[in-house]
Design a protein around this ligand. Structure first.
Ligand code: IMP
Length: 201
């Protein structure tokens, strides 16, 4: 069997890596930065998903060979003026603490009837410290009043996609991997790779 091309995901979030692995199936050998000791910690100082995805993709691809794909993603809630947005992972006051993030979202949305929201994802593909392409995906939905479900990560227990009556955490990985912001951005990446537009990968 020919060797699969290697794709390194510029994240330490194992949930993101698993979702990307699930969606990309057998096209790539998927690793992430936890497979490489001594990589620098990239500070996400951008104010947009694209800026942060670029910082991660370029910052990591300067240090390892081959293709690097960075995901920056988050939740935009209309009643909160688009918050938490690029600050989704520290909304509750502690970076990466999903329980605190969800608790703050429940509290801030308690008296809101307008509950529309969306997840956004930007991917940046890079090699040798240079950007090759970027891809975008989103999923519309609403914020539920109660958390529900054990699947996924982050705000999944509070997000009901449009057209569904359950949260992403209830719907589980096989449905999420078709519907999600990340799935849509990855589908654009796959189309781009399959179309032959990306030469010399
Ligand atoms: P990032 O690692 O800086 O891109 O932060 C992403 C944050 O957005 C995560 O920590 C979650 O809070 C939220 N987020 C992004 N994608 C998802 C998802 O698929 N489900 C639930 N929360 C997500």
């Amino acid at each position: 069997m020919p060797e699969l091309p290697r794709l390194v995901i510029a994240t330490r979030n194992s949930h993101k890596t698993e979702e990307i692995r699930h969606i990309l199936g057998s096209r790539f050998e998927i690793l992430d930065v936890t497979d490489f000791p001594n990589l620098p910690e990239i500070q996400e100082t951008g104010t947009t998903f694209l800026e942060n995805a670029r910082l991660k993709a370029l910052g990591i691809s300067r240090h390892i060979d081959g293709l690097v794909l960075a995901d920056d993603s988050g939740l935009e809630v209309d009643a909160l003026g688009g918050a938490p947005g690029v600050w989704s992972s520290s909304f509750g006051g502690e970076e990466g603490n999903h329980a605190k993030n969800n608790q703050r979202l429940i509290t801030e949305m308690a008296d809101q009837d307008q509950r529309s929201a969306r997840f956004l994802c930007t991917l940046v593909l890079a090699k040798n410290g240079m950007e090759i392409a970027n891809y975008h995906g989103k999923i519309e939905g609403e914020i539920s009043r109660q958390p529900s479900g054990n699947g996924g990560f982050g705000y999944d227990p509070l997000f009901i996609p449009t057209g569904y009556s359950q949260t992403l955490a209830d719907l589980g990985p096989s449905i999420k991997s078709h519907l999600s912001h990340r799935a849509k951005a990855i589908q654009s990446f796959v189309l781009n790779v399959s179309s032959g537009d990306l030469v010399n990968l």
